[in-house]
Ligand binder design. Sequence first.
Ligand code: NAD
Length: 488
Amino acid sequence: MTTTAPAPTPATDLDLRADLYIGGAWRPGSDGGRFAVLDPADGSRIADFAIASEQDCDDAVAAAAEALPAWSATAPRVRSEILRRAWEILTAEADRFAEIMIRENGKSTADAVAEARYATEFFRWFAEEAVRIPGDYRLSPAGDKRIVVTRRPVGVALLITPWNFPAAMATRKLAPALAAGCSVVLKPARETPLTAAYVVDVLERAGVPAGVVNLVTPQPTGPAVARMLAHPAVRKLSFTGSTEVGRTLLKECADRVVSASMELGGNAPLVVLASADLDTAVEGAFVAKMRNGGSACTSANRFYVHESVHDEFVRRFTARLEAVHTGPGSDPANDLGALVSLAERDKVAGLVETARQEGATLVTGGHPSASGAFYEPTLLTDVAHGSTINATEIFGPVTAVVRFSTTDEAVDAANDSEYGLMAYVFGEEREAVSVAQRLDVGMVAVNRGVVSDPAAPFGGTKQSGLGREGGFDGILEFLEEQYIALTA
Ligand code: NAD
């Protein structure tokens, strides 16, 4: 067993990779097919990415299975140093990292830079966690045996990620999986494979051995993923995406009792109490709503604002939205970039139309762009709790405000959802924390607009998911306990 990491290969000029990565080699799909990756700001074609065939997916799982024994036996310090090196490379190449996301996802420069930084930090955090995997040693209560508990990698892990945070959702899985000693097959979203391929390229340059990380992009996705989940070598699924697809995958995991971690959809309530400092509330709520253009599972979706501050909050928030510059993310002066596709733009437009038909008042915005996948920052008032827009994950720059009278009313409404990922509360801190504790969600931001931090446990209750990513829990999702009984 080596105790020092292999030297990194020299940095490349970072040409975009548009191929599969299997067993340590970049290659086209065995059927030769490719799909177009588009820039949602103008519809232009950025790349033709390789389609992974069934054979390619089988090969990727086989390569991961072959690489697993050596990788899981590699000293934690070595795994740690490789992850640390990935952090160093991504830190040095932060502009490049952000640029790829601006181009294929459409996000603004500020959002892309923020995501690049956030995504990169998972490698540093889990480099530090790789050498701190806990175990346990105890004498049994009866005194007849010694209880030794160790943790070992669960095995080959399939990682499936969405398009909205194409870098961070990948690194939030890759880093703990590799730290734990698992080998992986990464399947990114169709809209954003280039970011995933770039991260994999960085891992290769950081010294990850052949076969430990594999990248596949099958089309269509469903049958290929079902096939990989049926492969006897696959022992773990870590999925981030919609609740609808998560449900399907949980059923597929059931057939072979594959361990599943699920980061699913959200419908975050944002409560502004009468005691809120309105400057703090408007600024925090703006970030909670507009970060990533509203395309975030944590995005504030249902605004519940106390009647005593409602009109002033709406006035100030509207002014804030009307100051936003919308346009291609490649221009740093634009705060709001494109949605990921024309289909997403039209979905958001449809939700706003339905809200108006259901009685909501349009205060500002409400228009899709004539070309490109842009949608104006929009605010609706007189939204009814339980209306379509209130009950749907909007995933766009649309604020839908409900007025409330009592705190109990706001708490009941906030909890009245199948989702339980995230909530925001603005108000005097002690009161806001007591409201936070009554909310059935995995994460609450009090008087602030962002919670995400690699050092904190990210995840939801109810149909928002199973398990946690990041923090001390993230690595545990990729480890299994083994108890060995020794005679006392
Ligand atoms: P999605 O569920 O449509 O797709 C997610 C991934 O699953 C993609 O890679 C997609 O190709 C794949 N997929 C689609 N159908 C599949 C199938 N039948 N079998 C296997 N894989 C399949 O989600 P999306 O539109 O890419 O992302 C948006 C959703 O992700 C939102 O609901 C959002 O809330 C959620 N999300 C959750 C978190 C979280 O941490 N909880 C973070 C980001 C996004």
